[in-house]
Design a protein around this ligand. Structure first.
Ligand SMILES: Cc1cc2nc3c(=O)[nH]c(=O)nc-3n(C[C@H](O)[C@H](O)[C@H](O)COP(=O)(O)OP(=O)(O)OC[C@H]3O[C@@H](n4cnc5c(N)ncnc54)[C@H](O)[C@@H]3O)c2cc1C
Length: 333
């Protein structure tokens, strides 16, 4: 059995200081970290409990009309907060599609951002091949069970996907992650927060050692009238996404003024479908345009033996999510 020390951080500075100790990790709700520790995937020496730090558990408005969600806000509280429900319904839907109500009551926004992949080979230490767990050991999923795995942006080192629903909505909304670390505070645009695997699949994000996530900022709400989060999964609840789509539109009558589309369940990070967005921007939202845009979004897909179905599934999910965001019924390509 490994010995672990536990300490409660009273404030941000104390947490950042404590994190400088060897083997220290922050613990939020613990819903991911404790599972990883029980499975022997992560072996921290010191747990720095950040849940008693004041001032990080609220949702406030920003001068530009956006909102700031504290890193310690529980997923349930964020999903049900009036500002989120009314101004960012896409995010509320994404939160509510994740995990179970018990888990959402515990899970924090900061922890959700850093939850690790659900690849079975990563979680099961009986498999010696996992570059994410042990760099250079190989990737068992490449030739193994890869139904849930990536079809975009993967490398020969890792084909795992990011499992967070919240993060897919945050990607579409162009959120900004605020962090505090030994070198001070900084803000990370959401597109730069999570990483593609490349040859360092063990590194999930661009967070630097010892940095504490303090909040997530959302820009002025311009998509509240037209957005939809669609999650396609094996069970109707309590299951990770096979494919998910966060669609947000600014409509000008029947014409799309601005489209934002992000995909989940397809890549190592929430995947912005920029080519599809460009094909929709400024165009009348016809079924033909939408079908072309959905096809463009998956043009670079490289499916594995077990997940070829995801390409068409993702295209159809984009069509359905965008139609629903526009206030039209269903509409499968
Ligand atoms: C059975 C099950 C089903 C699930 N289904 C889904 C699902 O369908 N969709 C979905 O999106 N999620 C799902 N989840 C994942 C769940 O959303 C995450 O476990 C949760 O969001 C993690 O938040 P936490 O506060 O508990 O993080 P913790 O477990 O406390 O921490 C996770 C990681 O984040 C780090 N960390 C935490 N807070 C901070 C911070 N402020 N700054 C820096 N580092 C920090 C920790 O050190 C750790 O590395 C599921 C989980 C389980 C167990």
């Amino acid at each position: 059995m490994d010995a672990i020390s536990y300490e409660r951080a009273a404030d941000i500075a104390g947490a950042v200081r404590a994190a400088q100790q060897p083997g220290a990790v922050f613990i939020g709700g613990g819903t991911n970290l404790l599972d990883l520790m029980k499975g022997g995937v992560e072996r921290p020496v010191r747990l720095i409990d950040i849940t008693h730090i004041g001032g990080l558990d609220g949702i406030t408005t920003l001068p530009d009309g956006g909102i700031r969600i504290g890193a310690l806000v529980r997923n349930s509280d964020a999903a049900n907060h009036a500002l989120v429900r009314e101004q960012y319904p896409l995010l509320s839907q994404a939160f509510l599609s994740g995990a179970s109500s018990q888990l959402r009551n515990m899970a924090t926004v900061g922890g959700n951002l850093l939850q690790r992949t659900r690849c079975g080979y990563f979680y099961d230490t009986a498999f010696s091949q996992c570059n994410k767990r042990a760099l250079g050991s190989g990737c068992a999923a490449l030739e193994g069970h890869n139904r849930m795995h990536a079809i975009l942006g993967a490398s020969t080192q890792c084909v795992a996907v990011n499992p967070s629903d919240m993060s897919v909505a945050l990607a579409a909304l162009d959120a900004v992650v605020r962090v505090s670390g030994p070198a001070g505070e900084r803000s990370i645009p959401f597109a730069e927060f999570h990483r593609l695997p490349g040859d360092r699949p063990d590194v999930d994000t661009t967070l630097r050692p010892g940095e504490l996530i303090t909040a997530v900022d959302l820009p002025t709400p311009i998509f509240s009238a037209h957005s939809h989060y669609l999650k396609v999964r094996d069970r109707a609840s309590y299951a990770f996404a096979l494919v998910s789509v966060a669609a947000a539109l600014q409509m000008d009558g029947e014409r799309v003024h601005t489209a934002r589309i992000a995909l989940g369940g397809v890549a190592h990070k929430p995947w912005r479908a920029s080519a599809a967005e460009q094909m929709l921007n400024g165009q009348p939202l016809t079924q033909a345009t939408l079908n072309h845009a959905a096809a463009a979004a998956l043009r670079d897909a490289r499916p594995l033996a077990g997940n070829r179905f995801k390409v068409q599934l993702a295209q159809r999910a984009i069509v359905r999510a965008v139609n629903q965001a526009a206030g039209r019924a269903g509409g499968v390509a």
